[in-house]
Ligand binder design. Structure first.
Ligand code: AKG
Length: 336
């Protein structure tokens, strides 16, 4: 008997798991460009790099006191949510509908954000500096001198400069929900630790990606508490609804076949997160967790990107009856 599409996908998911396992390469020192290409980029496997940024002033200088004195009243954008999930599939209890929920973005002086992180400002909400697409030069330029403008061995290996360098500052109240990006990602943890729950692109079948209408958190004009307000005209965002640490297998049965690779990136370490790997990110650390990441555009001249499109057509399209290709997503959207 011929296998069904479902059986073929399960076989493919398992075969990758058996052949590639859950091994993560640890470089004890920054790799040469050739070593990095051979060991990590070409096989599309995550790695930890030790000592990748020991020489950055940020490693020793970035205390809250230093950040207050350097950034002070500089206005910055903060993502605020009631539950710590910005950009996540969220059930709106009022309407009973699921939305792709985006944060309330508030511009505030940097030192007020630090007050919130240090618990000096009382708020029922979670605050996270998580603006992307180049937030370091856009909003934190006084801090740029404390980190490298690019990761030299990675730039040399990939033959390009990063598209974006981002500054992340949050605490254990904020989580980044499962998604993938069309970027090679060098992620440097400067303070605290970050836990990445990872799944390879081969596990697209397990993710139950679907389309959600967009909604944004906004403060209620009388109570001030954040409420979801649907976007008009309606938007459609493809996103993964599964919480990988507490999966609802009744709703998302294919997730049973997924096998997480859980990596905690310690302070002073760098994670290489290859393009199109699914990631869910948690953080932990006193007085806030800080990271800088470098997004390098992925390679479009091999089969990885079109293969993901094929998976989408077969899984979301043929199996689930959802056409993700005609949605807002395309190869230039930052996250999908
Ligand atoms: O640090 C985080 O919370 C999320 C990081 C992330 O999604 C990324 O670097 O692509």
């Amino acid at each position: 008997m011929q296998p069904t599409i479902e059986e073929s996908f399960v076989r493919y998911v398992k075969e990758y798991q058996e052949m590639c396992g859950s091994y993560v390469h640890v470089y004890q020192k920054p790799p040469t460009p050739l070593e990095f290409l051979r060991t990590s980029v070409h096989p599309n496997r995550p790695a930890i790099i030790k000592g990748a940024f020991d020489d950055w002033p940020a490693r020793t200088k970035w205390t809250n006191q230093y950040l207050r004195s350097t950034m002070g009243k500089v206005p910055i954008t903060v993502a605020i949510t009631p539950n710590g999930y910005a950009d996540a599939v969220t059930l709106d209890k009022i309407t009973g509908k699921e939305y792709f929920a985006m944060p309330y973005e508030k511009v505030m002086p940097f030192d007020r954000f630090i007050d919130t992180i240090e618990g000096k400002e009382n708020s029922p909400n979670k605050h996270y500096i998580s603006l992307q697409n180049g937030s370091l030069p856009a909003e934190f330029s006084p801090l740029e001198k404390d980190v490298a403008p690019h990761i030299d061995w990675c730039s040399e290996a990939l033959g390009k400069q990063p598209d974006a360098v981002n500054f992340w500052f949050g605490d254990s109240g904020s989580t980044t929900s499962l998604h993938k990006d069309p970027y090679e990602n060098c992620y440097a943890v400067i303070r605290g630790e970050k836990t990445f729950v990872l799944f390879p692109p081969s596990e697209y079948y397990c993710m139950h990606e679907s389309i959600y209408p967009g909604a944004v958190y906004e403060p209620n004009s009388t109570t001030g508490s954040l409420e979801l307000v649907p976007i008009h005209p309606p938007t459609k965002t493809p996103w993964i609804p599964v919480d990988p640490l507490s999966p609802d297998y009744t709703r998302f049965p294919r997730f049973r076949h997924a096998k997480p690779l859980i990596i905690t990136v310690q302070e002073g370490d760098m994670l290489y997160l290859p393009a199109l790997w699914f990631h869910h990110v948690l953080q932990n650390g006193d007085q806030g967790v800080i990271a800088i990441n470098y997004w390098y555009d992925m390679e479009y001249t091999n089969s990885l990107f079109p293969t993901m499109g094929l998976f989408r057509d077969l899984v979301a399209g043929v199996l689930d009856g959802t056409n993700l290709h005609s949605s807002d997503s395309d190869k230039n959207s930052d996250s999908e």
